[in-house]
Design a binder for this molecule. Structure first.
Ligand SMILES: N=C(N)NCCCC(=O)O
Ligand SMILES: [Zn+2]
Ligand SMILES: [Zn+2]
Length: 319
C-alpha cells in the first residue's frame, strides 16, 4: 500500500489559505484510491421548516480547516494509515426530491463499489434513505444509531413520502434496517401525538432521550448501545439538531433541551470497536448560524466519524 497523501501542512501553508476541502485533505481526483471519502450532498428540498441545509457542506468544510491530524481521544491518526479524501459534492436535482434520491443512491453506490466508505455532509435528513439503500445492497440489513432531536419516522408531509421527517419509516418499510439494532439518541420536544411513539416502537426503534443522557450519563449509554449493536454493520446518522440550539443554532428545526457537543462527541467515541460502514452529518443550515458554532461542531462530529471508520478499516485489513 502506498503512503497516503495527507492534509495540507498547516505549519507550511496557513490553514486559512486556499479553497477548503474537508480537514484540508486532498481531493479525490488527486489520489489513486480512497479508503474513506467525505462527500457533500447540497440538498434541502425535503425540509418542513427553515431551508438552507444545501449550504451545509461548504460551511462544514470551511469550519474544518482547523482540524488536526491526530485524534487523542481515539488514539488514531486517521489520515496517516488510510487514504482519506474530500470526495466533493454529489450534485442532486434541487427541483425533484424523487430524482435527487435516485441520483444520490447511484452516486453513493459508485463510491462503495470502488471500495470507498463514506461520511456524508448534508443536506437535510432526506438524504439518509438513499445512503442506507446503497449500503443495504452491499451489506444487507443495517444497524443504525440515529442522533437527532426528532424521530424522523413520520409517514408523509403534504402526502409526500420522501422528506426530512420520514426517511427512517421508509427504511423500515423497505426492510433495509436491522430492526434488532436500531435506536434514536437525543430525542426530545413536542410530537404530533402519542401515536408517533407507538409507531416508532412498533418499527423496532429504541429511544435514548436527551433527558436520559442527562440522567444516565454518556458512558452508561454508550455501553448499552454497544451491546445492542454488537458486530452488525452499523450506520450512524447525526442530525446536528440533536445538539441544543445553544450548541447548534444553525439548523432548520431547532428544539430546546438538547445535549451538548461534548456529550455527543463522547458518545461517538464510545462506539469505537463497532463495525461502522457509513455515516452522515445532516441539517447544518449556516444562514442561522453564528460564529461558526454549528459548522464547527459538525466538522468535529465528521472528524470523529472518519476516525471511527479508519479504526474499523484498520481492524478489517489488520493494519
Ligand atoms: N429531520 C429533521 N431535522 N426534522 C424533522 C422535523 C419534521 C417536522 O417538521 O415535524
Ligand atoms: Zn432533527
Ligand atoms: Zn433528522
Amino acid at each position: 500500500m502506498s503512503t497516503p497523501i495527507g492534509p495540507t501542512d498547516s505549519s507550511l501553508v496557513p490553514r486559512f489559505a486556499g479553497p477548503a476541502t474537508f480537514a484540508r485533505l486532498p481531493r479525490i481526483d488527486q489520489v489513486e484510491h480512497a479508503d474513506v471519502a467525505v462527500v457533500g450532498v447540497p440538498f434541502d428540498t425535503g425540509v418542513s421548516y427553515r431551508p438552507g441545509a444545501r449550504f451545509g457542506p461548504s460551511a462544514i468544510r470551511e469550519a474544518s480547516r482547523l482540524l488536526r491530524p491526530y485524534h487523542p481521544g481515539l488514539e488514531v491518526a486517521p489520515f496517516e494509515r488510510f487514504q482519506v479524501v474530500d470526495g466533493g459534492d454529489i450534485p442532486v436535482n434541487p427541483y425533484s426530491v424523487g430524482d435527487a434520491v435516485e441520483t444520490l443512491d447511484q452516486g453513493a453506490s459508485e463510491f462503495l463499489d470502488a471500495g470507498t466508505r463514506l461520511v456524508t455532509l448534508g443536506g437535510d435528513h432526506t438524504i439518509a434513505l438513499p445512503l442506507l439503500r446503497s449500503l443495504y445492497r452491499k451489506h444487507g440489513p443495517i444497524a443504525m444509531l440515529h442522533f437527532d432531536a426528532h424521530l424522523d419516522t413520520w409517514d408523509t408531509y403534504f402526502g409526500e413520502p420522501y422528506t426530512h421527517g420520514t426517511p427512517f419509516r421508509r427504511a423500515v418499510e423497505e426492510g433495509i434496517l436491522d430492526t434488532e439494532a436500531i435506536a434514536h439518541v437525543g430525542t426530545r420536544g413536542p410530537l404530533y401525538g402519542k401515536r408517533d411513539l407507538e409507531d416508532d416502537r412498533r418499527f423496532g426503534f429504541g429511544i435514548v432521550t436527551a433527558a436520559d443522557v442527562l440522567r444516565k450519563g454518556v458512558d452508561e449509554i454508550s455501553d448499552a448501545l454497544r451491546r445492542r449493536i454488537g458486530n452488525r454493520p452499523l450506520y450512524v446518522s447525526v442530525d446536528i439538531d440533536v445538539l441544543d440550539p445553544a450548541h447548534a443554532p444553525g439548523t432548520g428545526t431547532p428544539e430546546a433541551g438538547g445535549i451538548t457537543s461534548r456529550e455527543l462527541l463522547e458518545m461517538l467515541r464510545g462506539l469505537a470497536d463497532l463495525n461502522l460502514v457509513g455515516a452522515d452529518v445532516v441539517e447544518v443550515a449556516p444562514a442561522y448560524d453564528h460564529a461558526q458554532i454549528t459548522s464547527t461542531a459538525a466538522s468535529h462530529v465528521a472528524y470523529d466519524l472518519v476516525s471511527l471508520l479508519a479504526l474499523n478499516h484498520a481492524k478489517r485489513v489488520g493494519n
